[in-house]
Design a protein around this ligand. Structure first.
Ligand SMILES: O=C(O)CCC(=O)C(=O)O
Ligand SMILES: [Fe+2]
Length: 328
């Protein structure tokens, strides 16, 4: 198999030289910087107690509603996933990243079709097993959150889950090496997630995730053992824009590597996504899209930030282009 670019090797061989392709573009340099205001906003990112939420606690459901409307992001505590499982996942992953480069280069890339243990590497010892344990716990957390989303969207608890012909889940571990020029480099470019929801575990001691809010890049300060959850594009479309799939990015740290564990929860490729009738108040903002087509286009074309959501927006430039070709 052809070897892939390995950022650990790049940093090991030449820690002071950042390759051109990792430097932020001019367009991204125009982005707002994180200011004191951003740090202030950061302390207002909602914190949701899953045990209350799942028992139908009214106040907690209201908090979720506000969080999805105003932030698109929240942290989840009291989720019931044992600390040993969270730590076990982190420990095994660190061991995985310490494996020799040749061994990592021999790993097959899975097709993007959801959770399948067959595609995860056998070493380090116990890696597959902890991934399975961690992922099934995260799936339970994801399902409980989707049930509460269904409730706050004015539907029966199981309606949203039922709109998924099948509920898929994938796990991506992001590794961002320490970087000598953190202000010039982006670890993960600005994007919104093409998911129903994303459940992220971050390092307890390294800040890296930033979300776009009120024209600022707001850091999401880790709360030990909490998950960071964000509403994805699918919920934004189903709710006709009431709940926001918010742009976010990850920046490197000067002295420490940062790992993050993103579990993406999303529908079947054949599912058709469109605003749910009773959530359309005045005008319909999104048209019907086939999830698989939307995902593939979002992943393969050169979009920045939330540009790809234009594919589903009524009245976007993509729409006008189609109309023009029909008229000509
Ligand atoms: O590393 C992070 O905190 C964010 C990861 C992320 O946004 C993603 O994997 O989609
Ligand atoms: Fe993301």
């Amino acid at each position: 198999m052809a070897s892939r670019v390995n950022v650990q090797e790049i940093v090991r061989c030449n820690p002071l030289q950042v390759p051109e392709k990792f430097l932020i573009s001019r367009r991204e340099e125009d982005e707002p910087k994180s200011t004191a205001d951003a740090f202030d906003l950061s302390s207002r990112i909602p914190i949701i107690d899953l045990s209350l939420l799942s028992r139908g606690h009214k106040e907690e459901l209201n908090k979720l509603d506000q969080a999805c409307k105003e932030w698109g992001f929240f942290q989840v505590v009291n989720h019931g996933v044992a600390t040993e499982v969270l730590q076990g996942m982190k420990d095994a992953t660190v061991k995985f990243f310490e494996l020799p480069l040749e061994e990592k280069n021999n790993i097959r890339f899975p097709p993007a079709n959801g959770r399948n243990l067959e595609f995860w590497p056998d070493s380090p010892n116990g890696f597959k097993e902890i991934i399975e344990e961690y992922s099934s716990e995260v799936k339970r957390v994801g399902e409980e959150l989707i049930e509460s989303l269904s409730t706050i969207m004015g539907m029966e608890k199981d309606t949203l889950l039922g709109l998924h012909k099948e509920l898929f889940q994938t796990l991506r571990v992001n590794y961002i090496p320490p970087c000598c020029r953190p202000e010039k480099v982006l670890g993960i470019r600005p994007h919104s997630d093409v998911t129903t929801i994303t459940v992220l575990m971050q390092e307890d001691s390294v800040i890296g995730l930033q979300i776009r809010k009120d024209g600022q890049w707001v850091p999401v300060k880790p709360i030990p053992s909490a998950f960071v959850v964000n509403v994805g594009d699918v919920i934004e479309i189903w709710s006709n824009g009431k709940y926001k799939s918010v742009e976010h990015r990850a920046v490197p740290n000067e002295s420490k590597a940062r790992l993050s564990y993103a579990s993406f929860i999303f529908p079947h490729f054949d599912d058709e996504i469109e605003p749910i009738d009773h959530l359309v108040e005045s005008s319909r903002m999104y048209k019907k899209v086939k999830y698989g087509d939307y995902l593939v286009k979002a992943m393969t074309e050169d979009f920045i930030g939330k540009e790809h959501t234009g594919m589903a927006k009524i009245g976007s430039s993509a729409d006008v282009a189609v109309l023009l070709t029909h008229l000509l």
